[in-house]
Design a protein around this ligand. Structure first.
Ligand SMILES: *Cc1c(COP(=O)(O)O)cnc(C)c1O
Length: 409
């Protein structure tokens, strides 16, 4: 059996089963009280990703974790000790970040529709707001006055370029995110006039990108843009959040991002940066790149049947927990996530199968025409790449099944 390169090498075989952090899936499920479906996130894999990033990126570039990729509180609490800050996008995420004991000075809050109670919570805690509009800043300033707190404000800029070849584009053209670059000078004047604490800029141009060239180009343009905009600020930006967009190879034929190339080019671009940014600190904000490969979604086969000449393995999981693997979260063409029979991880591939979830919808596919070892009712099917935008990005209320369990390995 040739191993799927999308399955992280720290996932191993033990006693014929898939093992995670030295325990077989059978042992993990027993530890969860026999419960399936079950998500497991392996910290050793996240630590390895962070170590790779630290080795590749220039030393003056910090790493922030974008919590929306996986907000499991235990995982966030552990991440807090591994990265240089957390980026949150709601009061709910902010509460988890604060409960994890993260210094509010290292938390930033982005999101185009922050409500007053969210602004209050963030300003009260001393978190940096990534301001998304002039109106939002005016609301924040009024709340700051009422609370007697100085607002920590960074400006999220909608850049006049996008991150080319991205899975999701979040900059360039008309967008709900950030402030158009040409409107930033007026906002900077407002920030100074209100006596807010200007923290810098946030530029996020896109997501799920595997092209080092495209990321390098966007980072260069971001440095030029923030240098130009800094001319209009009262003080140079203390921090520039360069965005991220580092993608993962989810599908056969995807090439991993060339991290070394990104790191080297960023080092050069920073060495040549405009002197107005001489004292500025820089961060990248990453979600899926840090946690995506660490997660595995375990489901149990509850039926096996033939329809015409095809075999269907029906599991107790599905798109209500792992929407992305069903191909219904931001993909145009449905392709399979890497998937194995975890109970027979050491066995030879033997049959063509369809692996589906338990929901009454034809969208609920986990593996469409996959080749697996002979698979029986009771076997555990593992779907990889489940650490980011898995449970958190899935419609758990759909069909009213119980939520899955989650464990941190
Ligand atoms: C979603 C998001 C991220 C994380 O994106 P990934 O593709 O998971 O790295 C980072 N920053 C902002 C502003 C986002 O909206």
């Amino acid at each position: 059996m040739s191993r799927d390169p999308r399955i992280h090498p720290l996932f191993r075989e033990q006693d014929g089963e898939l093992a995670i952090a030295g325990r077989t899936v059978g042992e993990w499920i027993a530890a969860a009280g026999g419960r399936t479906p079950l998500f497991i996130y392996d910290r050793a894999i996240i630590a390895a990703k962070i170590a790779d990033l630290r080795a590749a990126l220039p030393t003056e570039v910090g790493i922030h974790y974008a919590m929306k990729a996986n907000p499991m509180p235990q995982l966030v609490a552990w991440m807090a000790g591994q990265v240089d800050g957390l980026d949150v996008a709601s009061a709910g995420e902010l509460r988890v970040a604060l409960a994890a004991g993260v210094d509010p000075a290292h938390i930033s809050f982005a999101g185009p529709g922050k409500r007053d109670f969210e602004l209050e919570l963030a300003i009260g805690a001393g978190v940096t707001l990534n301001i998304e509009s002039a109106r939002e800043f005016a609301r924040a300033a009024a709340i700051g006055d009422r609370l007697g707190k100085r607002v920590r404000a960074a400006v999220r800029v909608n850049p006049p370029f996008d991150l080319k070849a991205s899975g999701m584009r979040m900059g360039g053209g008309a967008k709900p995110f950030g402030v158009d670059a040409d409107k930033v000078p007026a906002l900077l004047t407002e920030i100074a006039a209100e006596g807010a604490d200007f923290r810098g800029f946030h530029v996020f141009a896109g997501s799920q990108n595997l092209s080092a060239e495209a990321i390098i180009e966007a980072q260069r343009k971001t440095l030029d843009l923030v240098a130009d905009l800094s001319e209009y600020a009262e003080v140079p930006p203390p921090l520039v959040n360069l965005g991220g967009g580092f993608g993962l190879p989810y599908f056969p034929g995807d090439q991993s991002l060339d991290l070394a190339a990104v790191g080297q080019a960023l080092g050069k671009a920073l060495a040549a940066r405009d002197p107005i940014l001489a004292e500025t600190r820089f961060v990248v904000e990453l979600g899926r790149y840090l946690v995506g490969e660490s997660g595995v979604y375990l489901t149990r086969a509850i039926d096996r049947k033939m329809s015409q000449d095809e075999v269907f393995i029906i599991t107790d999981g599905g798109l209500h927990h792992q929407l992305a693997a069903s191909g219904n979260f931001g993909t145009v063409i449905r392709r399979n996530y890497p998937l194995v029979n975890a109970s027979r991880f050491g066995a030879r591939d033997a049959e063509n199968l369809n692996v589906v979830g338990c929901l009454c919808t034809p969208l609920d596919k986990l593996g469409d025409k996959v080749v697996l070892p002979a698979t029986e009712v009771g076997d555990i099917i593992a779907v990889f790449m489940a650490g980011a935008y898995g449970l958190t990005a899935s419609p758990t209320a759909f069909l009213s099944h119980d939520p899955p369990a989650e464990m941190l390995a």
